[in-house]
Write a protein that binds this ligand. Structure first.
Ligand SMILES: [Zn+2]
Length: 100
């Protein structure tokens, strides 16, 4: 049987991302730290941050706010995000959301 991820851990990660979102405009360094903490927890618990993958820059760890600190473009089924902090480019295949 596969072990389910701890609910509390998932809650904490969610909270950290919410905090990062809140702080990114005023205190981007703090937002970075929240993201870094969330990633650390996920790594320790062997969790994937798939859900949050597109919400932060993998290079510098800043939380993405479209139009603020990143540029998002969608073309030919691909999403490209450019981080305006470190000029890193991230590309993703466009997947249809399973959310209803
Ligand atoms: Zn970056």
């Amino acid at each position: 049987m596969r072990k389910k991820p701890d609910k509390l851990v998932l809650e904490n990660i969610k909270k950290l991302f919410l905090l990062a979102k809140k702080e990114v405009r005023e205190r981007p360094w703090l937002a970075k730290r929240y993201v870094a903490d969330a990633r650390k927890i996920a790594k320790r618990q062997n969790l994937s941050l798939k859900k949050y993958r597109r919400k932060f820059c993998r290079k510098c760890g800043i939380y993405f706010v479209p139009g603020e600190n990143c540029r998002v473009r969608i073309s030919k089924g691909k999403i490209s995000i450019k981080c305006l902090y470190c000029n890193n480019y991230v590309r993703y295949k466009f997947e249809k959301s399973k959310r209803r």
